[in-house]
Design a binder for this molecule. Sequence first.
Ligand SMILES: [Zn+2]
Ligand SMILES: [Zn+2]
Length: 146
Amino acid sequence: MRKIEELVNLFKSRELKITPQRLGIFKILEGNTSHPSAENIFHEIRHIYPMISFTTVYKTLEVLESLGEILKITIDGTRKYYDPNTTPHHHTICSRCNMIADVNEEFDMPRLPGEILDKFTPSNYHISFYGNCRECFGEVKDVSTI
Ligand SMILES: [Zn+2]
Ligand SMILES: [Zn+2]
């Protein structure tokens, strides 16, 4: 996601509305590495704008995504999380609590079979490592020792 001043200019140039609520959402997203869901952002922004609707939050996120300013990460087809870091990077995803963390190391692109490369030219790739975060792993271990 670009800087907030630049984002405001971008919205204005596309004739998209800039409201104090939208600015508040931009501020929550700026530099945010927690991969929040729309619900997480809604919960946070309500401390500042108690009257804001979930639709406002969701629509703003959809606009930002359509402008390529944030990425949407979908887990199991239903849960959506947003990432303002649009530079290529990978993720670890906890299968229990859905915590998503960045993996900034670079990995070689997996080699695709020739029959796929005949029909498709990959330009980018994203690796999701599924497992358990430390907190959930701790819980699992505790249960097993009882
Ligand atoms: Zn977890
Ligand atoms: Zn990320």
